[in-house]
Design a protein around this ligand. Sequence first.
Ligand SMILES: Nc1ncnc2c1ncn2[C@@H]1O[C@H](COP(=O)(O)OP(=O)(O)O)[C@@H](O)[C@H]1O
Ligand SMILES: [Mg+2]
Length: 450
Amino acid sequence: MAGESVIGDGLLQRVGAEDASSDAERGESAWIEVIHKMDQVYADLVHYQVELEEKNSALEEAQHFIENVQTSMTDVLIVCDINGDIKQANRALQQLTGCAAEELVGRPFSALFESDSRQLVAQFAEKIRSETVYDCEVNLLGSDGAPTPLAMNCNSLFDHEGKLVGMVLIGRPVGELRRAYEALHRTHNELQQAQRQLVHSEKMASLGRLVAGVAHELNNPISFVFGNMHALKGYGERIKRYLEALHGGDDPAACATLREELRIDRILGDIGSLIDGTLEGAERVSNIVQDLRRFSGNQQQQQQVFELCPLVRTAVDWVIKAARDKPRVELRLDESLSVEGNNGSTHQILVNLLQNAVDVLEDRDDPRLCVCCRREAERVLVEVSDNGPGIPQSDLLRVFDPFFTTKEVGKGTGLGLYISYGLATDQGGDLQAVNLPAGGARFVLSMKAA
Ligand SMILES: Nc1ncnc2c1ncn2[C@@H]1O[C@H](COP(=O)(O)OP(=O)(O)O)[C@@H](O)[C@H]1O
Ligand SMILES: [Mg+2]
């Protein structure tokens, strides 16, 4: 500012000294013009300087802002040149590696990683030419020498002319997240395992109760297999005696008498049906064992198509035969009901429902149980109804809660309905409880019709 006034004053003084001729006047006005122009140029200069200063301070502010953002980033930021040498690194990286910014700048960025990740990061420079690298898992060498897992993204860095000059790497430490995820995964697996064990032990508990019924079921065919075998043994001995007489050279009349005596002809007529009956008994035993195996096996939940009615009959037979007080049972089954689900699970659900009904009917007058299976549109419904006390309104939903039981300790686990509900929904079905207007409860298992 001081310079301006000195120059300006000096020129005006000189102009003021020549005022005689017109030439001098023209010269004077030219000078004045020059002086004005210079004043204007000077004012512009001052203006530009102010503007420049303003821009500079805005630039400084922006740079400061960017630095602050980089510093407060928890993600790691690395900027490299085209050779992979670090040009800039934020505080998160300095903290994780334990190196100051000056130590990092100029180093090849791949040296920051564990040897198992180096090959991967070495490919970044080539990869970013065609795509952005997303969520690549790499291990950074931590300050304590331990690897720090990072989910890393890598992008190209261009200059103002659009020329590729380097790459920008952003890494998110995933150690905590990964540890939390692994812990969650482990707990989830343990929970699933515990749940499977729960289902199995509940199944074993109800199987224990069924044993008497199953033993009864087995007893019948086994006893007639025994009976038949006993008879066959006697028949065998008589046939042997007759054959010995025949081949021993006895005369034909004596042989005929013996044949009559030993009732060989009756034996020959009988033997076929005895063998058939025995085979049938053995088959029945084998079927029961198969049912038992199906029920007790810790099978996976495979969906299959099967006939529901034989399954219902077996479940009813077993439960009723094992019951101390046997209720009157009414079975209302449609001829053929094909369903889609898991037959072992369905059997387990039915046994649970029937055992519950038998339990509430104990010591009641005229205990009655009705199992009705029918098709309704795309569903098959199995209703297990009893004329017991019913379920208090407030417990209608609670009965499906785990460990909800009104039975005395040692008698009920409170898991039967909880597990049955899970098994029903797992196979695309449903299980609901209602009270009957005439008294008693009804459980409705709904399944997919095949
Ligand atoms: N048919 C039924 N009538 C009345 N209450 C029932 C019936 N079935 C189940 N409940 C009630 O639901 C409870 C839970 O049944 P469940 O889950 O099978 O466990 P648990 O049989 O071990 O008690 C029973 O304790 C009983 O109070
Ligand atoms: Mg039960």
